[in-house]
Design a protein around this ligand. Structure first.
Ligand SMILES: Nc1ncnc2c1ncn2[C@@H]1O[C@H](COP(=O)(O)OP(=O)(O)OP(=O)(O)O)[C@@H](O)[C@H]1O
Ligand SMILES: [Mg+2]
Length: 361
């Protein structure tokens, strides 16, 4: 199996529409890379460039030692799965899956039958093999589209939001199936989604994109625990990370009555951004003697959202206008519009440059 490489890939539609800006990355054998980012950030365009459905303005695409940048899609040995499934409506499941193999000259009908039957069984499609797509559910159609890609045993797999047309329950089920399926595949996979749960659960590494740029390329746990900048910090994680602008004074940063020690840094800027994930904020219980006056964020509860397992509690920070902190807290407690103190572990804080948004530790 060969490595997929993108080198300084650019795509410009017009001076104002540049969906892919200088993207360089490698996806090796056995790796599952997810391109994660908001709508319009260039995920599908990047995938279409790899597939050969678009031509880059600049840059190079390699599969192993082959430069495929300007090869026709059919000559690249890539299989792509689309959000819309793109199945042939007049063909059965079997014929849809076999269709990509029939284009090959050197493959016998019995070999096609063996491959399709095997992949159909692994996807639980055996019973449906003679049905046409019109008589399948969304999840079943998506499995046929996957099956069509898998039977080809391509050098590279590309998947563009393959689960986004499924309802939440089915998405969870097919996501788990995908994970199992691709864990036994050697070919590099590039998967596109704006769903962070999919990115976190499926990938060996994640490229977070914004406006055509790679913001961070790392394994999922690092994307979550060490976001490279404020964009990644705010995009990954649900509920979203609290991002607060604090004034710096000496070794401390301050927001209203709240004071926190700054991390070691060569020069202390006038302002700094502090990031705290809602799940890392706790409730300081004065009676239990846990209250730690200046290190606690004091404020008034103004909204409680029941998320089932936990409550998402929004607190208006005391002494500063319109700054709120959200905390994920156990839902065994009833909240009124009361004054609370929120605390957190100092090792779970994230610091970002106020101007560039870059991570500071
Ligand atoms: N053929 C085209 N001509 C001009 N602009 C285009 C073309 N295709 C895409 N774009 C623009 O390029 C940008 C990136 O589009 P792309 O489809 O790659 O986004 P995406 O990250 O896949 O978004 P989504 O999550 O909504 O699918 C968008 O601003 C889009 O409008
Ligand atoms: Mg897209």
């Amino acid at each position: 199996m060969a490595k997929l490489q993108l080198k300084n890939l650019n795509k410009t539609y017009s001076p104002k529409v540049v969906p892919v800006k200088d993207i360089s990355l490698d996806v090796s054998e056995g790796e599952f890379l997810t391109l994660l980012g908001p709508s319009g950030c260039g995920k599908s365009t990047t995938l279409r460039l790899i597939a050969g459905l678009e031509q880059p303005t600049r840059g190079e695409i390699r599969i192993g030692d082959r430069d495929v940048t300007y090869l026709r899609p059919g000559d690249r040995d890539i299989a792509m799965v689309f959000q819309s499934y793109a199945l042939y409506p007049h063909m059965t499941v079997y014929e849809n899956m076999a269709s990509s193999l029939k284009l090959r000259k050197k493959i016998s009908n019995s070999e096609i039958e063996r491959l399709v039957t095997e992949v159909a069984a692994s996807l639980g499609l055996t019973e449906l093999i003679d049905r046409k797509p019109g008589k399948l559910s969304g999840g079943q159609r998506q499995r046929v589209a996957l099956g069509r890609a898998l039977v080809r045993q391509p050098e590279v797999f590309l998947l563009d939001e393959p689960l986004s047309n499924l309802d939440a329950l089915l998405r969870e089920k097919v996501r788990a199936e995908l994970k199992q399926l691709f864990s036994s595949q050697k070919a590099p996979v590039v998967y596109v989604t704006h769903d962070q749960t999919e990115a976190m659960t499926l990938s060996t590494k994640v490229a977070v994109l914004n406006s055509g740029n790679v913001q961070q390329l790392d394994p999922p746990h690092l994307i979550y625990t060490r976001p490279a900048n404020q964009f990644v910090a705010g995009f990954v994680g649900s509920p979203q990370m609290n991002l607060l602008v604090l004034k710096c004074q000496g070794n401390f940063a301050q927001l209203g009555d709240f004071r926190v020690r700054l991390p070691d840094m060569p020069t202390v800027p006038p302002e700094i951004v502090l990031g705290i994930r809602p799940e890392h904020v706790g409730f300081a219980d004065a009676e239990a003697g846990k209250m730690s006056a200046p290190e606690a964020i004091k404020g008034e509860v103004f909204l409680v959202e029941n998320l089932g397992m936990q409550n998402l509690v929004s607190v208006r920070v005391k002494g500063v206008d319109s700054v709120t902190v959200r905390a994920l807290l156990p839902n065994d407690r009833h909240w009124n519009s009361e004054i609370v103190e929120l605390v957190f572990g100092p090792q779970l804080l994230h610091w970002f440059d106020v101007k560039t948004g870059d991570r500071l530790q």
